[in-house]
Write a protein that binds this ligand. Sequence first.
Ligand SMILES: NC(=O)c1ccc[n+]([C@@H]2O[C@H](COP(=O)([O-])OP(=O)(O)OC[C@H]3O[C@@H](n4cnc5c(N)ncnc54)[C@H](O)[C@@H]3O)[C@@H](O)[C@H]2O)c1
Length: 275
Amino acid sequence: MSYNLLKGKKGIIFGALDEKSIAWNIALKAYEEGAVFTLSNTPLALRFGTVTELSEKCRAEIIPADATNVNELENVFLRSIEVMGGKIDFLLHSIGMSMNVRKSREYDDLDYNFYSKTMDISAMSFHKMIQVAKKLDAINDWGSIVALSYIAAQRTLYRYNDMADAKAMLESIARSFGYIYGREKNVRINTISQSPTRTTAGSGVKGIDALIDFTERMSPLGNATAQECADFCIVLFSDLSRKITMQNIFHDGGFSGMGMSLKAMTQYKKSLEDE
Ligand SMILES: NC(=O)c1ccc[n+]([C@@H]2O[C@H](COP(=O)([O-])OP(=O)(O)OC[C@H]3O[C@@H](n4cnc5c(N)ncnc54)[C@H](O)[C@@H]3O)[C@@H](O)[C@H]2O)c1
């Protein structure tokens, strides 16, 4: 059901790769809610993913860019303003990648070139995106910027590795830039801390199935799906959340508030009985 929450709004969505992507689900929902937007991802992702299908469904132009490259980001904003005929109202950063995770380098044996890339792609790109937007004055007053985070930014979760550091930085950028952009242009900046979700990036974390089972048992409302994340993100893009900024909001079925649940305890007890 559509509420027309984004009617008349223009946006840019970074990070849709295939139909499992959180950004893909957000794009579909934004389209359903009446928004117009452009899509961006790396040339490689555009070749191997299925973004053209999404672009046709949402009538959205694709503008290739590596989000670590400031010149390419500038082009995304300028071209978006040109094709949509005006400044933008919402911006989604749904980007993450760690070569240390991919290559199974443990946290006490990190490759530092990979570590720098993790931080650049998964966190600093958020700063670059916002700084470029602000310098170009590309975002309308009361615009909304959202990035996707994970609870490992604040609590240690086995195997999340250097991505935990990147997410901590991402959440900090939302606060630091949220103050400046809010003060000057009433633009709000938030992060959504989403449940573990089976996507290409999510599946890069070894043992994701066990983690998803654990968080499902621990969360009173169960894990949040990518579609549910999209629903919430639309609210953050809409005028219904104009005074929320500089926040990291858990969208995790209650997992972040739990210590132990009946369902998890029951499962844990079974493994003790097996011993
Ligand atoms: N899947 C999960 O369990 C989960 C949970 C919480 C948060 N998140 C976060 O959600 C966001 C989206 O991830 P997803 O799970 O939808 O996976 P995904 O693999 O579908 O999306 C990750 C995207 O990042 C893009 N990307 C990588 N390097 C890039 C670069 N240099 N420039 C531009 N784009 C680049 C990829 O092409 C891809 O589209 C990420 O920030 C991720 O950390 C995911």
